[in-house]
Write a protein that binds this ligand. Structure first.
Ligand SMILES: [Fe+2]
Ligand SMILES: [Fe+2]
Length: 196
């Protein structure tokens, strides 16, 4: 199999573009969350953006390590989303993209890499699709909590923690202002099952 003529090299280029854009979109979503007062959520989103950078690098490195010469230009035919609204909707848009990657795109690209004898690349697609499935769960959970108004309001007392000073207290709803450092509620850590 001539790697330069494979379908996989084009899929890697598509994946590099998709991951790079997801990273940038998530960074924009993090800025938006911060503007809306969700400082801790902005931190969570930027961690996920950093994951996407790492995935982009894996795909980029596969192109460079498999190509026998310097790759000047790869032309791709692919569509990418440009969806941005408020934080609650952004979380839904992100969850949809992750779902598509995890269940359709990367399993397919992995299968093609396998068929083309590019085992190491198939393994990357399979492992990264599992991470994207996890991202889907995190974004879905955040979206649902914002939509249902349960992000900072629980039926049972839970251990809230201020992400700035570390103050903790068992309550159904956290403080509006941290009693220790005075940072507002948005700095309180969200209770996300999928992060634990
Ligand atoms: Fe990713
Ligand atoms: Fe992701």
């Amino acid at each position: 199999m001539d790697f330069m003529k494979s379908e996989t090299i084009i899929n890697l280029a598509r994946s590099f573009a998709g991951e790079s854009q997801a990273r940038t979109r998530y960074d924009m979503y993090a800025i938006k969350a911060k503007e809306e007062g969700y400082a801790y959520l902005a931190y969570v989103i930027s961690q996920l953006a950093a994951n996407e950078y790492a995935h982009a690098k894996v795909f980029f490195d596969h192109i460079n390590s498999h190509a026998p010469q310097i790759v000047n230009n790869l032309f791709i035919d692919a569509g990418y989303p440009y969806k941005i609204r408020g934080t609650m909707e952004n979380m839904q848009f992100a969850a949809e993209g992750e779902h598509e990657e995890a269940t359709v795109i990367y399993p397919k690209f992995g299968q093609i890499a396998e068929q083309e004898g590019l085992k190491e690349i198939a393994v990357s697609y399979n492992l990264i699709s599992k991470i994207e499935a996890q991202h889907n769960k995190i974004f879905t959970e955040i979206h649902d909590q914002l939509k249902n108004g349960t992000a900072y309001k629980k039926d049972q007392p839970v251990l809230w923690k201020c992400s700035v000073c570390g103050h903790e207290h068992l309550l159904t709803e956290p403080w509006q202002k941290c009693p220790v450092c005075g940072h507002p509620i948005g700095f309180t850590e969200l209770q996300l099952q999928e992060l634990h």
